[in-house]
Design a protein around this ligand. Structure first.
Ligand code: PMP
Length: 445
């Protein structure tokens, strides 16, 4: 089969590559040698030139039930034929209420009020705004300060980039005032730790330092990813999240978990809050919510926070916030079908069964060339490579290219390789991923 006959294939250097400005991509480099994914089924993509590519990353941490699920496609089609769209403000449609009820039923107890958004970034900005509105509604209007964490990734809205901890956002764009950060938890003492590392619970005490600096009465919320994903898989040290929770309680600060990656089974429990036994006041989701099939996000909110905002005159809008596509019928249909699949196939807890096998397999890469750390939890791993000196570009990017040529999709950020396969992954897929990576690492210079 030639490139031209493959569905979705595009010829390199053809003018058809020019118009699309790709997100978070080195466009010029990519377009010189494009890596195209044209179709997908189960654990595999088909590349633009017709090769099978094992999906080591569940797309972008989102296709938890694997690709090409007919049930989702059919539910979406049915919904679009029945009700394609209805205004999300001042009108309701049944499927949004159904979906929220179903989500509330699997939420950690008490976090059962659901606000729908269109993405992870929108979920983050929504959660931050609910936190501010809550404090205002409860007579604490001075609580406006938001606290994020270094190396946090919370999407690309101005709220998200402000509480996020990435220098590029600070260099290129502007960020909100009144935001501060606690330190990240990456600690060389924990190199090659399996699961939750031993050292670093004390990094949570930075909240105490910021309270001393700014005054608790100015602080609205602390937001963290329970396991930092995009910036290199940073697993929270033992006791760290518990400590954050108790400091927030002590000072009347809301705790927000960003579960855009960890939500829907990534750690072997429905949510990270379940895995760690630490309950936030709000948490954000997206990605696995609809198996990545239709864009959607959802914020789970503690019932008391929701109720506190329901106390004004009934004719008044309680939260001056929302999106045209909040609770979009097609997205809700995709989400309901996804939840059915997760439940019937036990996927929200499947990670727990495979976590031990996964851990052993990925730590088998210890000793591979240039590997300086391996961090894992549930069905996620971050493999950190020694930075290259004297030559441009990160080694991990070469590994990504090599793996793609060998039939494996991985994700890289700087010097860190991340794997997070669909939760339908089988042991032989895990073996293939590790073997392919091992071969690619062996070729590095
Ligand atoms: N929060 C976290 C923790 C994420 O990992 C991401 C996306 N990787 C986002 C927010 C942003 O989600 P989206 O790209 O859907 O806006």
């Amino acid at each position: 089969m030639t490139v031209h006959e493959t569905p979705g294939a595009i010829r390199a250097n053809s003018p058809s590559l020019d118009a699309y400005w790709m997100p978070f991509t080195a466009n010029r480099q990519f377009k010189r040698a494009p890596r195209l994914l044209a179709a997908a089924e189960g654990m595999h993509y088909t590349s633009g030139d017709g090769r099978r590519i094992l999906d080591g990353t569940a797309g972008l941490w989102c296709v938890n039930a694997g690709h090409g699920r007919r049930r989702i496609a059919e539910a979406v089609e049915r919904q679009l034929r029945t009700l394609d769209y209805a205004p999300s403000f001042q009108m309701g449609h049944p499927i949004a209420f159904d979906f929220a009820e179903r989500l509330a039923a699997i939420a950690p107890a008490g976090l059962d009020r659901i606000f729908f958004t269109g993405s992870g970034s929108e979920s983050v900005d929504t959660a931050l705004k609910i936190a501010l509105a809550y404090h205002r509604a409860t007579g604490n209007a001075s609580r406006t300060r938001l606290i994020g964490r270094e190396r946090g990734y919370h999407g690309v809205g101005f709220g998200g980039i402000s509480v996020g901890g990435l220098v590029n956002n600070r260099r290129v764009f502007t960020t909100l005032p009144g935001v501060d950060h606690i330190r990240h938890t990456h600690d060389p003492r924990n190199a090659f730790a399996k699961g939750q590392p031993e050292h670093g619970a004390e990094y949570a005490d930075d909240v105490e330092r910021l309270v001393a600096l700014h005054g608790a009465e100015t602080i609205a919320a602390v937001i963290v990813e329970p396991v930092a994903g995009s910036t290199g898989v940073l697993v929270p040290p033992k006791g760290y999240l518990e400590r954050l929770r108790s400091l927030c309680d002590r000072h009347g600060i809301l705790l927000i978990f960003d579960e855009v990656i960890t939500g829907f089974g990534r750690l072997g429990t429905p949510f990270a809050a379940d895995y760690f036994g630490v309950k936030p006041d709000l948490f954000t989701t997206a990605k696995g919510l609809t198996n990545g099939a239709i864009p959607m996000g959802a914020v789970f909110v503690r019932r008391e926070i929701h109720d506190a905002l329901m106390h004004g005159p009934e004719s008044q809008i309680e939260l001056f916030h929302g999106y045209t596509y909040s609770g979009h019928p097609a997205a809700c249909a995709a989400g309901l079908a996804t939840l059915d699949i997760y439940t019937e196939e036990g996927l929200l807890t499947r990670g727990a069964e495979l976590a031990g096998y996964w851990e052993n397999a990925v730590h088998g890469l210890r000793g591979s060339r240039h590997v300086v750390d391996i961090r894992n939890l549930g069905l996620v791993v971050g493999i950190e490579l020694e930075p290259r000196t004297g030559a441009p570009g990160a080694r991990a990017y070469d590994v990504l290219n090599d793996c793609f040529n060998r039939g494996l999709l991985i994700r890289v950020t700087g010097d860190i390789i991340a794997l997070s396969p669909p939760l339908i992954v089988e042991r032989e897929h895990i073996d293939t991923m590790v073997q392919t990576l091992s071969d690619a690492l062996a070729r590095l210079d």
